[in-house]
Design a protein around this ligand. Structure first.
Ligand SMILES: Cc1cc2nc3c(=O)[nH]c(=O)nc-3n(C[C@H](O)[C@H](O)[C@H](O)COP(=O)(O)O)c2cc1C
Length: 348
């Protein structure tokens, strides 16, 4: 998710999952989406989205402005960066009004033949990263059947397809016809012998909810978006205690600062050519830097301010959090913010 699934957030989620995971489950993490034109022309602007640690191997999600750039960028990623990621994924599901004005994302669903051609081309680029697709339910009622055909045809070129189960008009609100996803899966498996995995996405709010949907709709996998923002523990059956929440928040803050420092240091070298080593931060480095930073206070003010978006989600349903937020809004210093967080949780 844009602005959410950065390196530090993925790291926290993965650590929690590894500690408590149910042996039958596997976790697939996605990067924020990365603009491939920026990746080729001015990488410093966008490459932060692709930062990862030495063991994460997330799914790299991309979008683009120009078709030629898209092909070139995917060729480069397959050739030079494939060790960093597990999949490369094209987003055709974003409903944003601004992006709908140009030919990206959900707008691609309006010209499905052209999009299919692009999907085929991308999937045929040589490299070790398998190709996947993110899409959504049909655009409007008259589009339902053609979207079904589009997904069926795409399944020939994709190892997995995640379907955000809302139509374009529904944005992030009400859900559409849920049976449709089972029908699609049955159709591509039985009539077309496809091995493509179909992933349900939309409105999963708990681990139990995910398990129920998996069995009720006979799905391959589940993808969780917004519910992870305030609770990385959603991927485990375990509900967090206040102590665990506090630990996670402080770790998340420290990792965020360390990852931003690493990125800023790299960008400060004017001649920075992006290499695979620049994008892959050793976990030891992050841990050590996070430890060193704990004694300082004048740390990355922009990270401290940016971290609020996670912090406010973590405390969302806790009593007095609304009033407490006002105090946090004036904190620009790391130690001050840390003390505020510790004091807040000491009351529970
Ligand atoms: C803040 C935010 C950023 C998002 N960014 C992306 C993105 O970069 N790529 C993507 O495929 N979907 C993105 N989405 C959509 C989610 O991945 C997901 O499809 C949607 O929220 C529905 O799932 P949910 O009901 O579990 O949240 C974003 C959603 C939110 C709320």
């Amino acid at each position: 998710m844009d602005w959410i699934t950065n390196c530090a957030t993925r790291l926290i989620t993965n650590q929690i999952f590894e500690k408590y995971w149910n042996k039958e489950d596997t976790l697939g993490l996605r990067t924020e989406f990365m603009n491939v034109d920026g990746f080729l022309i001015n990488p410093h602007q966008v490459i932060k989205h692709a930062l990862t640690t030495d063991w994460q191997k997330p799914i790299l999600q991309i979008y683009w402005w120009k078709e030629e750039t898209l092909i070139k960028a995917v060729e480069k990623i397959q050739k030079e960066y494939s060790d960093l990621f597990s999949w490369i994924e094209l987003n055709t599901g974003c409903p944003s009004n601004t992006v709908m004005k140009v030919w990206w994302w959900s707008d691609m669903l309006k010209d499905k033949e052209k999009t299919l051609k692009i999907i085929q081309e991308l999937s045929e680029i040589q490299g070790s990263l398998p190709f996947s697709l993110k899409t959504r339910a049909w655009l409007n009622d008259s589009d339902k059947e053609s979207q079904k055909i589009f997904i069926r045809k795409s399944s020939k070129y994709c190892g997995k397809i995640s379907i955000h189960w809302r139509t374009l008009k529904q944005l992030y609100t009400w859900m559409t016809d849920r049976i449709f996803i089972s029908e699609i899966k049955k159709d591509i498996k039985t009539n077309w012998n496809s091995v493509c995995k179909i992933i349900w996405n939309g409105w999963i709010t708990s681990y139990d909810d995910a398990e129920n949907k998996l069995s009720q709709f006979n799905l391959d996998w589940i993808m969780i978006g917004q519910a992870t923002i305030w609770n990385p523990r959603i991927f485990t059956p375990h509900k967090p205690t206040s102590k665990e929440k506090l630990e996670t928040i402080l770790k998340h803050l420290n990792y965020s600062i360390a990852c931003d420092q690493r990125f800023d240091e790299k960008v400060a070298c004017k001649s920075w050519e992006i290499t695979i080593q620049d994008l892959e931060i050793p976990l030891d480095w992050i841990e050590n830097r996070a430890k060193e930073n704990q004694k300082k206070s004048d740390l990355q003010p922009h990270t401290i301010v940016e971290f609020r978006k996670f912090l406010f989600q973590y405390v969302k349903w806790i009593p007095w959090s609304k009033e407490w937020k006002q105090q946090v809004l004036v904190c620009k210093d790391y130690q001050e913010l840390k003390n505020q967080i510790i004091n807040f949780f000491s009351a529970f």
